[in-house]
Design a protein around this ligand. Structure first.
Ligand code: LMR
Length: 328
């Protein structure tokens, strides 16, 4: 072999060896719910798709059930670069933007389909960028479902909730929502909810069916009201600096994997919500009580002042766009 050819062969061998041994891009995806929940399934789907697109180049590590960070710490960890993807509930971004508080307004959305239309529309899409100045980039919305109220006594009218302690997510809107009916809201991390209910630290809570079932809240609550009074959805977010620093082809491929995984998770959220409700009923640990329109109207009326209280922070335009999504 001539000298230049030999040099080329050595250079090629070096390049191949180096590429093969280069450390993969490790993506830590941390969340607080169970693997079987819509978010848990979406995270696992992202891992599958991303690793299939970039074998040996990208490694996704999924940490469910607050294993790595609970919801008090996961945002900090994202900003510090200790995790790369998280998907907190839209109720947990209050420190970073006030606009997303729209999702917590009680009785704003008629159902999860209306939430979907709002998120898909121009105002919802613009909200994905509402935290870029803080270094947080929204990659997409992910559904869970409508929330149900629960306690150890039936909650037919707002008066039934008076004086009870309710666990809430870390949201000022949800705090105002329970105060509006004379209850005592307490912000607690998701990982602490089961024990707080079991030990009586709180009397009740609110969550969608998938979380109630997979976290066994129905085993430590006597009554679950079919209230559908609000939504619990997520924004999948990443560290903007990290994301923008990825090689363009990897960023593009990861974005495609994310879009696909969100579609997958959303389908589970739509398809399985009724099944999780049925599983709770079949377990016979808690009684699931339907609510009449007249009962729900009392709650709606009692909680109405919350809208006025938060409108200046959220913006009338954002609330109007959300309301419009109820019209089909
Ligand atoms: C909660 O804290 O109740 C939820 O935000 C948990 C979750 O991620 O669904």
């Amino acid at each position: 072999m001539s000298l230049p050819l030999r040099f080329l062969a050595i250079a090629a061998a070096f390049l191949i060896a180096h590429t093969a041994s280069a450390a993969p891009i490790v993506i830590k995806y941390s969340h607080v719910v169970a693997d079987q929940s819509p978010k848990g399934q979406a995270a696992l789907k992202f891992k599958e798709l991303a690793e299939k697109k970039f074998p040996g180049v990208v490694e996704v590590q999924v940490f469910p059930n607050s294993q790595l960070y609970g919801d008090g710490k996961e945002m900090e960890a994202l900003l510090l670069g200790d995790v790369q993807i998280i998907a907190p509930s839209l109720a947990k971004f209050g420190k970073y933007t006030k606009k997303l508080q729209v999702f917590d307004l009680p009785f704003l959305f008629d159902n999860i389909q209306a939430v979907d239309r709002f998120q898909d529309g121009p105002v919802g899409q613009a909200l994905l960028n509402s935290m870029t100045d803080k270094g947080i980039k929204g990659l997409g919305y992910l559904h869970n479902g409508m929330k149900q109220l629960s306690a150890n006594k039936p909650l037919r009218t707002p008066a039934d909730a008076k004086g009870l302690k309710f666990r809430i997510q870390s949201s000022d809107v949800l705090e105002a929502q329970f105060k509006a009916v004379g209850a005592n809201p307490q912000k607690l991390a998701f990982a602490e909810v089961y024990q707080a209910l079991q030990s009586g630290v709180v009397d009740g809570t609110e969550n969608p069916w998938s979380n109630i079932y997979t976290k066994k809240f129905h085993e430590v609550q006597k009554y679950i009201m079919e209230s559908d009074h609000g939504v619990l959805d997520y924004m999948v977010v990443t560290n903007a600096g990290w994301w923008n620093g990825l090689p363009p082809n990897i960023r593009k491929g990861l974005n495609e994997a994310m879009v696909e995984s969100i579609k997958y998770g959303n389908k589970i959220a739509f398809d399985e919500d009724a099944n999780f409700r049925q599983k709770v009923i079949d377990d016979k640990k808690a009684e699931v009580l339907p609510m009449t329109r007249a009962e729900l109207n009392q709650w709606r009326k009692a909680m109405a002042p919350v809208w006025r209280q938060f409108e200046p922070e959220i913006g009338r335009d954002v609330i109007n766009a959300a309301l419009k999504a109820n019209e089909r």
